[in-house]
Design a protein around this ligand. Structure first.
Ligand SMILES: [Zn+2]
Ligand SMILES: [Zn+2]
Length: 338
């Protein structure tokens, strides 16, 4: 009779040869000898998704029964906006693209706010996103919604895979080659070490604020479920929509090697300017996503205010001439709005 056998450290690279962390467990089952691959990150990600989704469902049942007040909605939107700033200014524009500079205190606050979105630690989020930019919409992109096959079913499968399937299918991990620089950043190491504390605070603080407002325990539950769970769920959908919808539909004022688009609906979902995704792919290093008249980028407005008070500095922004030149190139290439 054979026993459970465990091997650790297999498959240290993905299909493209990128190193990944953590490595997989390989378990040999007793008697039948079948081998199972266990990805601890995948297990954690499934747990995370189940937690947020069941919390959001509980919130829908709770508010359908009890009704949602103006206060509940306002707190949800304020929390989503603040945590959204953590994602767009912290995780994305600062840690991933280094589009501006900030001191340790501001970096930690932005990082902790971003962590409250429950979209993973900074190292993980940034490694996946940098890999996305490197391989946008081609083999190696962790979350492209483009289908390589014809047909509605294939298209739908690719869309769902690029939207949320990738988070639970083993493609969510630390691609270590992409984050060597971040390991030396004390603010990032600090925020990542206490990741679950920020997640907990993202649920607990709205609960306490609502309990204080209503002076009741049911108020506490309203805050946890509304501005905690439902907010995290909506926020995940918004970020995932950037990866899926904003790589399929919208306008393409710039030529990029991928199919990124500016999508007004996605921009509204994120609340912070992340839907201007073609602009972002064209100028990844830019602290400003709104590059044309009428485009709304609340994240950049907040960044400007922070810069005004000297809390952030060296904001990288493309000059008008460069923007015009890129747009001209797009016109010559015949790129049209879709
Ligand atoms: Zn993209
Ligand atoms: Zn980016």
């Amino acid at each position: 009779m054979s026993f459970w056998k465990l091997r650790y450290g297999v498959e240290l690279t993905d299909r493209e040869g990128n190193r990944r962390w953590p490595p997989l467990f390989l378990v040999t089952m007793p008697v039948i000898g079948k081998r199972l691959r266990i990805d601890t990150m995948q297990v954690a990600s499934i747990f995370n998704l189940v937690l947020v989704t069941s919390g959001a469902l509980a919130a829908i049942i709770w508010f359908t029964t009890k009704g949602m007040t103006f206060f509940d909605v306002t707190l949800l939107l304020i929390t989503q906006f603040l945590v959204g700033l953590g994602i767009t200014l912290g995780y994305h524009r600062l840690f991933c693209h280094k589009a501006f500079l900030a001191g340790r205190g501001v970096s930690i606050i932005l990082g902790a706010l971003g962590a409250a979105s429950m979209q993973g630690k900074i190292m993980t989020w940034v490694s996946v996103h940098r890999k996305h930019h490197h391989h946008s919409d081609e083999a190696g992109d962790p979350h492209s919604p483009k289908s390589t096959r014809e047909g509605l079913i294939a298209g739908l499968r690719a869309f769902l895979g690029g939207h949320m399937g990738w988070t639970v299918s083993g493609r969510l991990c630390n691609y270590t080659d992409y984050i060597r620089d971040l390991r030396k950043d004390e603010a990032i190491v600090f925020v990542d070490r206490y990741y679950w504390l920020w997640v907990l605070m993202g649920w607990l603080i709205p609960g306490l604020v609502t309990a204080a407002w209503y002076q009741s325990w049911s108020g506490f539950l309203s805050g946890i479920l509304g501005a905690g769970a439902l907010r995290a769920f909506l926020q995940m959908q918004a970020t995932w929509a950037v990866n899926s919808l904003a790589h399929l539909w919208g306008s393409r004022p710039f030529v990029t090697k991928d199919d990124s688009c500016n999508n007004a609906l996605v921009n509204a979902m994120t609340l912070v300017g992340e839907g201007l995704h073609n602009n972002h792919h064209a100028f990844q290093w830019s602290a400003k996503f709104s590059l044309h008249k009428g485009e709304i980028d609340p994240g950049y407005l907040v960044l400007r205010a922070l810069a005004h008070f000297g809390l952030v500095w060296d904001l990288k922004i493309p000059g008008q001439e460069l923007i015009e030149a890129r747009r001209e190139a797009a016109n010559n290439a015949g790129v049209a709005a879709r």
